[in-house]
Design a protein around this ligand. Structure first.
Ligand SMILES: Cc1ncc(COP(=O)(O)O)c(C=O)c1O
Length: 384
């Protein structure tokens, strides 16, 4: 019998997962490890969310839902756009997905054909690149030089070299935390529209902006695909629940693909997520802790010799230049984990070319952990 293995599956692994596995191994052996490697909140989902899930379990049957999601959740999300951004979105344009990760899959399949050129910012979230590669799209990595985000000029320049079919960006971004200012976001959207380039805006780190307000790309038109999730601000990574806001002509294609690919997002998570918008008080407390951590690391990391490579506007990441300490951030991360007991992510995942000179620290943990991590790394560096 032949074993079939496609070229499509030959994508880069997440190197961060190797660090994670090593951290778990050390912990299992009794070592004390502070994890700043994983991009997920250390808090549970808000109480009202967990209570809603408990009630749904007690009620009994959890089944499939409409492919585009439960109407009350789609409506709650539409209301969120009115309340939070003062932008009108109809519930018909909202699709519920199995985390934003499924949203990328659906968007790429519904919007692009194999061989299409799609621009993304480097450094950036590695799954964009990997999903696109698996789908046969041509990933065009656009390196920010003048600004820590994609600008209208950079997009136009790349499009002049060879036409782009689409662009995808996150603001605030992973791994840099950089946010695109509102006026630049508007220029990006308008330039893309003029050049016939489709826009996908990953807004998963919205409500985790520390330097300014959230600006949804939807404020600048209804021809943009927005992808978002309950994973980050709402502390619901494991519930695998997210959403898309779609240009009207994309609603039916997304519905058709979702029917076959996922049937629907998990009903239990959908029922619970409806309550997430009612948990602002609890979630703002979590956010205020991130803000304190951000202050601590924003000061502490550069003093340790890890200057910030981007301004830490939002999300919960510090992306640092470690070139004064190493030319191999993967090896450096391994040693820092084993010798100092602090896990951080080497830049390679986010930037295959220059990532060896960078590391990402997640500050979604407790403030005591952040203090302890700075002390441990400081002692470790002094002892080297
Ligand atoms: C920029 C960005 N987009 C999307 C995701 C995927 O999140 P999820 O599938 O949990 O919604 C992540 C996760 O780290 C991320 O950093």
């Amino acid at each position: 019998m032949a074993i079939a293995i496609s070229r499509r599956g030959n994508v880069e692994p997440f190197h961060a997962m190797d660090i994670l596995a090593e951290a778990n191994r050390l912990r299992a052996g009794g070592a004390s490890v502070i994890s700043m490697a994983v991009g997920q909140p250390s808090d549970p989902a808000p109480l009202v969310v967990r209570e809603a899930a408990r009630r749904a379990l007690d009620d009994g049957r959890i089944g499939y839902t409409d492919s585009l999601g439960m109407r009350p959740l789609r409506e709650a999300i539409a209301r969120h756009y009115a309340d939070h951004y003062d932008v009108q979105v109809s519930a018909e344009r909202v699709a519920i997905t199995t985390g934003s990760s499924a949203g990328f899959n659906l968007a790429f399949m519904a919007m692009f054909d194999p061989g299409d050129r799609i621009g993304i910012a480097v450094p950036g979230y590695p799954a964009y690149r990997n999903i696109m590669a698996a789908l046969g799209l041509e990933v065009v990595e656009i390196r920010s030089s003048d600004a820590p985000y994609l600008t209208a000029e950079m997009i136009a320049q790349e499009h002049n070299r060879a036409p782009l079919k689409g662009i995808l960006f996150a603001s605030p971004a992973n791994p840099t935390g950089a946010s695109i200012p509102a006026n630049e976001l508007e220029r990006v959207v308008n330039t893309a529209r003029e050049l016939g380039i489709a826009v996908i805006s990953d807004e998963i780190y919205h409500r985790l902006n520390f330097a300014g307000t959230d600006n949804t790309a939807l404020a600048f038109g209804d021809d943009i695909t927005v992808i978002n999730s309950f994973s980050k601000y709402y502390c619901m990574t494991g519930w695998r629940i997210g959403w898309m806001v779609l240009p009207e002509p994309l609603v039916r294609p997304i519905e058709r693909i979702q029917q076959s690919l996922y049937i629907s997002a998990p009903e239990l998570s959908q029922i619970a997520a409806i309550e997430a918008f009612e948990a602002t008080q609890e979630l703002e407390l979590v956010k205020s802790r991130y803000a304190a951590n951000r202050e601590l690391l924003g000061e502490g990391l550069p003093k340790l010799g890890f200057p910030l490579a981007a301004p830490m506007d939002g999300a919960f990441y510090a992306y640092c230049d470690v070139s004064r300490l190493t030319n191999d951030s993967m090896e450096f991360a391994r040693r820092m984990l084993v010798e100092a007991g602090v896990a951080a992510t080497p830049g390679r995942d986010f930037d295959p070319e220059n990532g060896h000179r960078y590391m990402r620290f997640s500050y979604a943990g407790s403030t005591d952990e952040m203090r302890e991590a700075i002390m441990r790394v400081s002692n470790w560096l002094n002892a080297r």
